[in-house]
Design a protein around this ligand. Structure first.
Ligand code: UD1
Length: 419
């Protein structure tokens, strides 16, 4: 199993090009199911998650090929098996995105529940309830959702809590449902905005894009879209911004959308980091010391993203005072705390509020990745620590970060992947 060996304390200097967004490419690959033609997707990050979605499409009869490092070509002319197996879906929650477009196109589908879980703690109940409200008949058989959408029609959906996945899934069904669907408390994340724009370019009629109310007037069919380019990954960019702030140095991020990172930029500036925005470039300058403490919380877009919570936590371990960080999206998303504490951080938890002691001196140690973003926080911590840190289970990071060790090495970090 691959692991990273990192020697800390090197400032980060130079330019890197941010990859396309993982959370945009996955629903867009799923949306290709909506017709039987070919789609070229550009600015695709090289990630195990995009390969998983490709394997799911191939299992349904599509032909998927990767070219030029950042392009996926999907040919859906042979896609005729509306089925997604447990083996693939269990490895990636976003696989569940295929249910909406499969039902829209084939009127029936059989898709494994993600992680094989029931309607339990990482649930898909919002997806299921919304589908049922639109007239989909759903049975649960041996861990699979078996669904029939022969009698669907538009309707009113209100999500109890904003959900990126449920919004995307319902959108991909509602575009081809008879009548009008109105989703309230819908996700406004840039990745959902790009999905809506893609669907409209295929002939769908979605309004309210970028707000929390989406109105979808169903159409009878969608036309082919030849090509789409994925928006920049705001979470990858934010991770590099926070890494530069924590380690110190001067980094120029190319291929970013500063508008998508407004809250992250604001919070970095609040703690004393210099951030300069120029069109599709962000520059970050930091001495790597004299970082101010902060009290912030994660929220849905345009709030501070939960996907940068772990990375912000390590930054606050280095701050000149004690901080708090409240997690409002995933109340239990804190597996990184124990690992960060092994490196000398002092973080405690009260419910979903992390209390972070500042002014910490970090010392390298052996630590373990537990999820994509927790791994990114461990890398940042290792880059700030005295001596050598070994991070195991880097397959987590390979799910969501495109060649992170190559990008960091280019910036002067000492990071090696070992087997
Ligand atoms: C997406 C992102 C993930 C990000 C998350 C929140 C992708 C591929 N992944 O995940 O990186 O961390 O948004 O920004 O885009 N919930 C329910 N029932 C449901 C669905 C969600 O209770 O049926 C809850 C979740 O447990 C969570 C909250 O709603 O507390 C938001 O989750 P959601 O936005 O759905 O996350 P994902 O779409 O899975």
């Amino acid at each position: 199993m691959d692991y990273f060996e990192i020697v800390g304390k090197n400032h980060l200097e130079g330019n890197i090009v941010v990859s396309g967004a993982k959370n945009a490419v996955l629903p867009i690959m799923a949306a290709s199911i909506l017709n039987n033609s070919s789609l070229k997707i550009k600015n695709v990050p090289t990630l195990s998650d995009s390969k998983t979605m490709a394997a799911i499409l191939e299992g349904m009869g599509s032909k998927v090929s990767f070219s030029n490092n950042d392009t996926i070509n999907i040919d859906n002319s042979g896609l005729n098996i509306p089925f997604a197996s447990y083996d693939l879906v269990r490895t990636m929650r976003a696989s569940f995105y295929v249910l909406g477009p499969l039902l829209a196109r084939f009127k029936q589908a059989k898709v494994s529940l993600p992680g094989g879980c029931a309607w339990g703690p990482r649930p898909v109940d919002f997806h299921i309830n919304a589908f049922e409200q639109l007239g989909v008949k759903i049975d649960l058989e041996n861990g699979y959702v078996v669904a029939d959408a022969s009698n669907i029609k538009g309707g009113k959906i209100h999500f109890p809590k904003i959900s990126v996945g449920a919004t995307g899934n319902v959108l991909m069904l509602a575009v081809l449902a008879d009548g009008v669907t109105v989703i309230t408390n819908a996700a406004a994340e840039p990745e959902i905005q790009q999905l809506c724009q893609m669907l409209n370019n295929m002939g769908a009629d979605i309004s309210g894009i970028g707000t929390n109310t989406l109105t979808i007037k169903g159409v009878s069919s969608l036309k082919n879209l030849e090509e789409i380019s994925i928006i920049p990954d705001r979470i990858e960019a934010g991770t590099f911004m926070i890494a530069t702030a924590a380690v110190g140095g001067k980094v120029v991020l190319e291929n970013v959308n500063p508008l998508h990172l407004k809250e992250v930029t604001k919070q970095l500036m609040n703690v004393g980091i210099t951030v300069i925005e120029k069109n599709n470039i962000i520059e970050v300058h930091s001495e790597g010391d004299n970082i101010k403490f902060s009290n912030i919380e994660t929220n849905e877009y345009p709030g501070f993203p939960t996907d940068l919570q772990a990375q912000w936590m390590i930054l606050m371990c280095l701050a000149n005072g004690d901080s708090t960080l409240k997690e409002n999206i995933y109340f239990d998303r804190f597996t990184h705390i124990l690992e960060l504490n092994r490196l000398g951080c002092k973080i405690s938890l009260e419910g979903s509020l992390a209390k972070i002691k500042g002014n910490r001196n970090l010392i390298g140690a052996n630590v373990m990745s537990t999820d994509i973003r927790a791994s990114a926080a461990l890398i940042i911590a290792a880059l700030c620590a005295e001596g050598k840190t070994s991070i195991s289970r880097v397959y987590h990071i390979d799910r969501g970060y495109d060649k992170i060790e190559e990008k960091l090495t280019k910036l002067g970090a000492q990071i090696i992947r070992k087997k």
